[in-house]
Design a protein around this ligand. Structure first.
Ligand code: FES
Ligand code: FES
Length: 162
């Protein structure tokens, strides 16, 4: 079946099988490999994308469900519309060493952006609770938590300055 949706701001039409997962569609058919697959039990969160503005684990979503929807992947994040700059949350991860191998990072960033959009400036407890669905095998989480708090503060400051 053919589906049409908005992918990272662009109208997109593709043929998908009824049983195709969004992770497979993104990585194997649309060459968007920033969305990672870290488990087969829907636990790790490496595959988080935004569907109609809300974070979802794309390994739990069938591609036909995208018809008519708006999807944002890590490749679609940017500092400002039309700019080549990193999103403030990505900058915060870079500045605060919020990663080691980086495998979990796209999912962490997408979850964190949604959390900050939902709640604004975040406390450590809010960040730790909000990241419960994202697993990191490397960092011990401390720098990730610091990064997300800094990224949320930067997003809040940028919105206040608009
Ligand atoms: S790949 Fe989706 S939760 Fe692990
Ligand atoms: S940085 Fe390696 S899994 Fe998180």
């Amino acid at each position: 079946m053919q589906i049409s949706f908005t992918l990272n701001g662009r109208p997109t039409s593709v043929d998908v099988a009824p049983s195709m997962l969004v992770t497979e569609l993104l990585r194997e058919h649309l060459n968007l490999t920033g969305t990672h697959i870290g488990c087969d039990t829907s636990q790790c969160g490496a595959c988080v994308v935004h569907l109609n503005g809300a974070p979802v684990k794309s390994c739990t979503l069938l591609a036909p469900a995208l018809d008519g929807a708006t999807l944002l992947t890590i490749e679609g994040l940017q500092g400002a519309p039309g700019s080549n700059r990193l999103h403030p949350m990505q900058e915060a991860f870079r500045e605060n060493h919020g990663l080691q191998c980086g495998f979990c990072t796209p999912g962490m960033v997408m979850t964190a952006v949604a959390l900050a959009q939902d709640k604004g400036v975040l406390t450590e407890a809010e960040v730790r609770h909000g990241l419960e669905g994202n697993i990191c095998r490397c960092t011990g989480y401390q720098n990730i938590v610091v990064s997300v708090m800094a990224g949320a503060a930067a997003m809040h400051a940028a919105n206040a300055g608009e």
